[in-house]
Design a protein around this ligand. Structure first.
Ligand code: ADP
Ligand code: MG
Length: 492
C-alpha cells in the first residue's frame, strides 16, 4: 500500500471578511467620518447612503453599493478619496474594490444610517435685496449669486450658449458682441445672463455691470421722460461697461423705449462695451424695429433648446446639491423622465419635494413625486395651460395585479406561475412575483404561499432569498425586475 501522502497544504480560502462584521461597520463609519467634511452633504448622502463595507480581503476593502448606476460615479469621483481615508486609518489597505449589492437598499440594518450620523446643519438665509444702486445712480437689479457658469449644467441644448457666455466672461466687449441668447421659458437664459455678469464681476470687480429686464428698462425710460431727466438717463447708461438686458421681446410696441435702447446700444457698442441680450425667439422673429434687430444680428447668436434626459438628470443632481438635501436617485430619475418641458418645471417639482422633506420630514419617494406632479398638472390644467408632462396615475397595485404584470412581462400565464411547473421559464417569473410581493409590497410569506397554489411559506422564503441573490450578480435581471417595479410604481 502506498504510504498516504502527507496532505499538502491547500491554499487557505481567502477570508472574505477578516474583520468581524462589527469591525467592518466601524471601519466604514470612520472612513465616512473622514470623507464627510470633504464632500457637500447632499452629494455625500446621495452617493454614500446605503453603502457598507462588505469585506476586507488582505489589503482590499470591498465596498458595497446599493445601486448599479452609482458604481461608475464612485470609481470616478470617490475611489481615491476613499482609499486615502482608509489608509489613514489602516495602513495595510492597498485597494478599494466595489461590488453592487441591491440588498443593501432593502435592508437598512446592513449599512450605517448616515442621515442620522451626518445631520443637516441649517444655514441662515440672508435677506435679499432686489437692486443695487451704483455710482452715478445707475440701477442694476441685483445679480443672483447662485447663478454661476460653474453650476450651469451643459448639455446638447445649451452648449453653444454656455460657451459663448464663458467667452464673453473672459473677454467682455471682445469677439462676441453683442451676445444674443434665445430660447423658450425656463431654459436657463436668465441664469446664463446673470452668471456671465457674476463671472465678470468676480474677475474685474470694478466693472460697471448692469443687469436689467426689458420691463425695468422701460419703466426707467418712462420715469426719466416724466421727470424730464432724459439726458441724465442717457449719460448714466453710457457709463456702463456691461449691459445685460433680459427678455427683450417685451420691448415690442414700446417705440420710445426701443429708440432709447437703440441709442444706448450704439453708444456702448462703439465704445466696445459688452451688451448681452436675451429673448424668447431669434432676432429676425422679434416684433421690434429693424434697425434694432439688425444690430442684434451683428454679434453672436446662440439658442437654447430643451434639455435631454441626461441633462435633466444632471441638473436635478446639481440642484439637490445646492439645496443640500438628499433625494433618492430613483426619484430623481423619475422626475427627469417625466418633467420634459423645461428646467423650471423640473425645479418646480424638486422644490415641492424639498418642501415635503423640510416641512414633514418625509423622504420624497417616486410615489409622492407622482402625486406632486399630478397635483401640479391639475393646477396647470385649471389655468388652461399646456401640460408639460403626463403624470402616470400611480396607485398601489394589488398583489393579484403584480402577478398579472409579471406573467405578462415574461409571457407566461398567471395559471402557469401559480401552478406546479418547475421549468425555468415559469419558475423564474413565479419567484420574481414572490420577491416583489414580499420585498416591495410587504405581503406576508404565508399569504404569498396561499396565492401561489397553497405553497408552504418556507418555499416562498427560499424563492425570495434566491431572487435577492440573483439580483446581486445579474445586472440584466436586476434591470428587468426594476423595470417591472417601476411599471407597477413600486419603486420608492
Ligand atoms: P429662462 O430665463 O430661460 O426662462 P431661467 O434662467 O430662469 O430660465 O431658468 C429657470 C431655472 O432653471 C433657474 O432656476 C435656473 O437656475 C435653472 N436652470 C436652467 N437651465 C439650467 C442648467 N442647464 N443648469 C442648471 N440650472 C438650470
Ligand atoms: Mg428669464
Amino acid at each position: 500500500m502506498n504510504p498516504v501522502a502527507a496532505p499538502t497544504l491547500a491554499p487557505a480560502p481567502v477570508p472574505v471578511a477578516v474583520l468581524p462584521e462589527r469591525g467592518l461597520t466601524d471601519l466604514w463609519l470612520q472612513i465616512l467620518d473622514q470623507l464627510a467634511p470633504k464632500i457637500a452633504r447632499s452629494q455625500f448622502i446621495t452617493w454614500f447612503k446605503d453603502t457598507a463595507l462588505l469585506g476586507k480581503e488582505e489589503g482590499k476593502l470591498v465596498v458595497g453599493l446599493p445601486l448599479p448606476m452609482t458604481l461608475h460615479w464612485h470609481m470616478e469621483h470617490y475611489r481615491d478619496m476613499t482609499l486615502e481615508a482608509a489608509q489613514a486609518l489602516d495602513s495595510t489597505v492597498t485597494q478599494i474594490v466595489y461590488t453592487v449589492d441591491v440588498g443593501l437598499k432593502d435592508n437598512r440594518d446592513r449599512s450605517p444610517d448616515i442621515l442620522e450620523r451626518f445631520p443637516e446643519v441649517k444655514k441662515r438665509k440672508v435677506p435679499g435685496r432686489s437692486e443695487v444702486r451704483m455710482a452715478e445712480g445707475i440701477v442694476s437689479k441685483i445679480l443672483n449669486p447662485n447663478y454661476m457658469l460653474e453650476n450651469f449644467i451643459v448639455g446638447s441644448g445649451n452648449r453653444l450658449a454656455q460657451a459663448a457666455c464663458q467667452a464673453v466672461a473672459r473677454e467682455p466687449g471682445g469677439k462676441y458682441n453683442p451676445l444674443f441668447l434665445y430660447g423658450g421659458v425656463g431654459l436657463g437664459k436668465t441664469h446664463l445672463l446673470q452668471a456671465t455678469g457674476n463671472a465678470i464681476l468676480r474677475q474685474m470687480p470694478r466693472t460697471a455691470v448692469v443687469y436689467t429686464t426689458s420691463e425695468d428698462f422701460t419703466n426707467q425710460v418712462v420715469e426719466a421722460i416724466g421727470q424730464k431727466k432724459m439726458e441724465q438717463f442717457r449719460r448714466r447708461y453710457r457709463m456702463v461697461d456691461v449691459l445685460i438686458i433680459d427678455d427683450v421681446q417685451f420691448l415690442a410696441n414700446k417705440e420710445r423705449t426701443q429708440e432709447e435702447f437703440f441709442h444706448t446700444f450704439n453708444a456702448l457698442y462703439e465704445d466696445r462695451k459688452q451688451v448681452i441680450i436675451s429673448a424668447d425667439r431669434p432676432p429676425s422673429e422679434l416684433d421690434l424695429e429693424d434697425r434694432l434687430t439688425s444690430r442684434f444680428e451683428r454679434g453672436m447668436i446662440a439658442d437654447i433648446s430643451t434639455p435631454d434626459y441626461e441633462t435633466r438628470l444632471a441638473i436635478l443632481i446639481e440642484k439637490v446639491r445646492e439645496y443640500e438635501i438628499f433625494i433618492d436617485m430613483t426619484v430623481l430619475q423619475f422626475i427627469a423622465e417625466h418633467a420634459k418641458k423645461n428646467v423650471r418645471e423640473l425645479e418646480g417639482i424638486l422644490m415641492q419635494a424639498v418642501a415635503l422633506y423640510e416641512l414633514e420630514q418625509r423622504m420624497p419617494t417616486v410615489r409622492s413625486i407622482a402625486e406632486i406632479m399630478h397635483k401640479l398638472n391639475k393646477d396647470e390644467n385649471s389655468k388652461d395651460q399646456n401640460v408639460g408632462f403626463q403624470t402616470p396615475q400611480k396607485r398601489r397595485p394589488t398583489f393579484q395585479e403584480v402577478m398579472e404584470a409579471v406573467s405578462k412581462y415574461y409571457s407566461v400565464s398567471v395559471n402557469e406561475i401559480v401552478g406546479a411547473s418547475r421549468v425555468r421559464e415559469i419558475l423564474l417569473p413565479r419567484q420574481i412575483a414572490m420577491y416583489i410581493g414580499r420585498n416591495r409590497m410587504g405581503v406576508s410569506y404565508v399569504h404569498i404561499g396561499e396565492m401561489f397554489g397553497n405553497r408552504d411559506h418556507t418555499t416562498v422564503m427560499s424563492a425570495v432569498r434566491k431572487i435577492e441573490r440573483v439580483l446581486q450578480d445579474d445586472p440584466q435581471m436586476l434591470r428587468e425586475v426594476r423595470a417591472l417595479e417601476q411599471e407597477l410604481s413600486l419603486v420608492e
